[in-house]
Ligand binder design. Structure first.
Ligand SMILES: *[C@@H]1O[C@H](CO)[C@@H](O)[C@H](O)[C@H]1NC(C)=O
Ligand SMILES: *[C@@H]1O[C@H](CO)[C@@H](O)[C@H](O)[C@H]1NC(C)=O
Ligand SMILES: CC(=O)N[C@H]1CO[C@H](CO)[C@@H](O)[C@@H]1O
Length: 264
């Protein structure tokens, strides 16, 4: 039995070396608060999980830090697999692409790799499959990938990306660390931050709320947002707001900054 730190799922960390440097970015300080000096192992990628050929719709999914694949999963056992199943149940012709990045503690490196992988995937698929539409989602560390990719999206690809749904996005708490999102993409954005989750809510003090996104209520909202956009009937976007969808009563110990283990 192995315990993975789901709260690190989460966070998209920076390397320990960087954490110890005196000059820290807002995101690095945030990470330090969340995971201390914990080292998050890289997740091995499985190239067989990359879809081939064209499809009408593709959801690029960036896993949370250290989130492994489940037994028959491709996109992450805590979040991505469930999320993709919801999208597939609502629309035919959709498939997922697991963003190829290791989701380890060395986030400075992994972040760039993930960002570039998203952009390259959309570029290549667009050239081969001119009618394909894309959506981006990711949780925690993965949400930073989504944010970075959106900020760096080449102008001639932005029209291809019809919906963007990051969950628990540290870039909301630390906007100064990230580039500006093109306005076309901001208009296709559903920011999902559970009020109180200190990973994304500047005024938050309850890390336990970072686990909310694995609940159906949160996933359903994001999946509906993406499917509506795929169908050409987009739901109004909301950029950069914290929202409470669940009752706030959670055990006080789960509010702490400690690890919340998940047994597997
Ligand atoms: C890689 O993915 C393929 C197809 O999705 C699967 O059959 C195979 O078991 C996976 N390999 C590992 C090492 O998980
Ligand atoms: C976007 O621009 C690049 C560089 O000019 C070009 O190679 C690529 O084919 C363009 N892609 C699309 C989808 O227009
Ligand atoms: C925190 C946040 O912005 N949550 C959003 C999640 O998505 C719904 C649907 O667009 C928005 O209403 C929420 O504001």
């Amino acid at each position: 039995m192995k315990i993975i730190a789901i709260s690190t799922l989460v966070i998209g960390a920076v390397s320990v070396d960087i954490i110890l440097q005196p000059q820290q970015t807002c995101t690095q300080k945030l990470m330090k608060t969340m995971i201390g000096d914990m080292v998050i192992s890289p997740v091995p990628m499985n190239l067989s999980n990359i879809p081939t050929g064209c499809s009408d719709f593709e959801v690029l999914i960036a896993r949370g830090g250290s989130e492994p694949d489940g037994p028959n999963g491709k996109f992450g056992m805590a979040f991505g697999d469930q999320f993709m199943a919801k999208v597939s149940a609502m629309i035919s012709g959709a498939r997922g692409y697991p963003v190829q990045y290791a989701a380890s503690t060395e986030f400075d490196k992994d972040g760039i790799i993930g960002r570039d992988d998203v952009i390259n995937r959309i570029r290549k698929q667009s050239a081969a499959c001119p009618n394909q539409k894309f959506a981006l989602t990711g949780i925690s560390a993965g949400s930073i990938i989504v944010h970075m990719a959106a900020a760096a999206m080449p102008a001639n690809l932005t029209a291809k990306v019809v919906a963007i749904v990051p969950y628990g996005n540290p870039a909301m708490a630390c906007p100064e660390d990230y580039g500006k999102i093109p306005s076309m993409l901001m208009a296709r954005w559903q920011e999902n931050c559970s009020k109180g989750d200190n990973t994304c809510d500047k005024n938050g003090n309850c890390h336990g709320r970072h686990m909310d996104y694995m609940k159906p209520l949160w996933m359903d909202r994001g999946a509906k947002f993406i499917v509506a956009a795929f169908k050409g009937m987009p739901i109004a976007a909301e950029f950069g707001k914290a929202l409470m969808l669940e009752p706030p009563e959670i055990a006080i110990q789960d509010c702490g900054k400690g690890m919340m283990g998940m047994e597997m």
